[in-house]
Design a protein around this ligand. Structure first.
Ligand code: AMP
Length: 591
């Protein structure tokens, strides 16, 4: 009796195993198969990919199915199309000697009609990705109301990819009495939640070490001043010349803005968010899969289900509001046995979130400084030199070589190398030669090329504006107003301090001219809104004096007093109602 026989497997399966050439059962098979064959039970099995888990559930499943009943008896959910196909192929091999058993794969990106037809012919087992399964359920193309077995394969991956709602919705349409077998490499909280909510006293089997998150992903955070966020992102990309990344932003607008800026700055980037049409999204994903796009800037919702291998970095440009989402993001890298890095660009005020995430993922973050300009230049230089060394020569160029040799004939080997490297490298050198440390709070980057004016100890520029709480502003509304007026990002206007009839705010020094010009002779409904450089003399004394005067003068100069006498509401409540574009077109400027 061989070891597979001892597990209780029957003849047709043993014959298939022999054909497959499996000699002995793997650990997960030894632990799982006898239980699943003998008991009607729910089961949670913690096993990594490559441990033989498909056979661990596949053998007992095939043995238990009724081959002569054509109704769908088992549903297997798996995170990706590739895995669906792989499981289907394996199951077909395992059931080779029970030809009545039919296994059908359903997944996105292929004809739904074709798949529906296969299901209709009779599918004992359906192997599906959650998205396509939901779609087919909604269109009533599948019936899983009578299944006896539901298998969730790579459950942690499915949850990492944001399929929680799809899974729960699919499961809610399956019968209570079925057996559910869940396979997962890690016991994330959401996996445990699925087990709690949808399983009945599951037996738990662990193969190897039980861990809480893929150890193949290392987590790093970079502490920056909020306004340096974009510059920091560029540096992280530049310091990793082979980067193939997903950059996560919180909103669709930020996603588009950051992608636009990156493209403008010469990066192979694209945005992926819900405002794009399906065709646009497909085109972006095609380019990303083909690696023409190296930085995919995405919202969490749009990035659901991205199943691209080889992603080297996940960059959290902004952290998600719910920290649980962090695991979905970081799970985009470190797949298929590869290692990956999840980077978080973070300002001081968000630092506590790092501790919370560390507790959640049971892994520590490494705090790293944003690479300096010199470091980036070094990395790029070596990368370029190696690229030249390793490039494959297409002999199509041979016929041009005599002319090319002629061009270079007066150059020594050393000079030629220097010049070749400089072609690409000068760009970085020019950009970074005067670049300051970003983590130090000094904002002058090598490319700013703007007059650097600072009246603040942190190097930024502080302004005074003659609107305040009397005009129905709080710091958030004023920040919204200023970013919309100035067409700046949310991080570009900071330290917004709203007093009763005036306020203060800061920008990077490079934005000084833009700010002053924007509010030059700026009028809104007859009222002049003025902005000037704050004369706080780096001590705040002037601000205090203004504060004192504010209380005395507020009645004369209040923005709101006038408006309230007219309509009973501040003019700026109008700003909130109107969209920002409309607002921008309203103000009348003096000629
Ligand atoms: P899985 O973890 O299910 O993705 O399986 C990984 C690979 O191991 C697949 O190619 C299986 O065909 C193979 N495999 C599964 N069980 C055994 C076994 N007992 N002996 C040898 N190979 C196996």
């Amino acid at each position: 009796m061989n070891k597979f026989q001892q597990l209780g497997l029957n003849e047709p399966i043993l014959k298939a195993i022999e054909d497959l050439g499996f000699k002995d059962p793997s650990e997960v098979q030894e632990k799982t198969i006898p239980i699943l064959l003998q008991k009607k039970t729910d089961l949670v099995s913690l096993a990594q990919t490559g441990t033989g888990k498909t056979a661990a559930f596949g053998f007992p499943l095939i043995q238990k199915l009724d081959p002569y009943n054509k109704k769908t008896q088992a549903l297997i959910l798996a995170p990706t199309r590739e895995l669906c196909m792989q499981i289907t192929n394996e199951l077909k091999l395992y059931s080779k000697y029970i030809p009545e058993i039919c296994t059908v794969a359903i997944y996105g990106g292929a004809s739904i009609t074709e798949q529906a037809r296969s299901v209709k012919k009779g599918a004992h087992i359906i192997v599906a990705t959650p998205g396509r399964m939901q779609d087919m359920q909604n269109r009533k193309l599948v019936n899983i109301r009578e299944i006896e077995y539901c298998i969730l394969d790579e459950a942690d991956e499915m949850l990492n990819m944001g399929f929680y709602e799809d899974i729960t919705s699919i499961l809610s349409e399956t019968p209570e009495e079925k057996s559910t077998w869940l396979f997962s490499a890690t016991m994330l909280e959401e996996v445990a939640r699925i087990a709690r909510e949808f399983m009945n006293n599951p037996l738990e089997i662990t193969v190897g070490n039980k861990n809480q998150g893929p150890q193949s992903v290392s987590h790093e955070f970079y502490l920056i001043q909020a306004r340096d966020r974009y510059l920091a992102l560029k540096r992280l990309a530049d310091a990793n010349p082979d980067i193939f990344s997903v950059v996560f932003c919180r909103t669709k607008k930020d996603t588009q803005d950051i992608a636009d800026k990156l493209i403008e700055d010469g990066y192979n980037a694209a945005a992926l968010h819900g405002d794009l049409s399906q065709a646009q999204r497909d085109a972006v994903m095609k380019s990303f899969r083909g690696k023409q796009i190296r930085m995919l800037v995405a919202t969490d919702v749009a990035a659901r289900g991205i199943d691209v291998e080889d992603i080297t970095h996940v960059i959290n440009y902004q952290l998600p509001d719910e920290i649980e989402i962090y695991t979905h993001r970081s799970g985009r890298t470190g797949r298929a046995g590869k290692s990956g890095t999840s980077m978080v660009i973070i300002s001081k005020s968000e630092l506590r979130k790092i501790n919370a995430i560390e507790r959640l993922i049971k892994q520590n973050f490494e705090e790293k400084p944003i690479p300096s300009g010199i470091e980036i230049c070094e990395v790029q230089l070596f990368h370029l030199a190696n690229k030249i060394k390793d490039v494959e020569i297409d002999h199509e160029i041979d016929s041009y070589l005599p002319v090319i040799f002629d061009v270079f004939k007066k150059l020594s080997k050393e000079d030629l190398i220097k010049k070749m490297v400089s072609v690409e490298f000068n760009r970085f050198l020019t950009y970074y030669k005067n670049a300051a440390e970003l983590t130090s709070g000094n904002k002058k980057d090598g490319n700013s090329g703007q007059e650097s004016f600072s009246n603040e100890s942190d190097g930024s520029t502080r302004y005074f504006i003659n609107v305040g709480t009397r005009d129905n502003f709080d710091w958030k509304r004023l920040k919204d107003f200023l970013t919309a007026m100035l067409e700046l990002g949310r991080d570009d206007v900071f330290k917004v301090d709203v007093k009763e009839s005036f306020s203060f705010f800061n920008t990077e020094p490079g934005n000084k001219d833009k700010v002053l010009k924007c509010f030059e002779n700026f009028k809104f409904e007859g009222r002049r809104v003025s902005v000037e450089i704050s004369k706080n003399e780096k001590s705040g004394r002037r601000e205090n004096r203004r504060d004192h005067n504010d209380r005395k003068n507020k009645a004369n100069n209040s923005f709101s007093t006038r408006k309230k006498t007219n309509s009973g509401s501040s003019q700026f409540s109008k700003f909130e109602k109107d969209n920002k574009e409309k607002f921008r077109s309203k103000p009348k400027r003096k000629k």
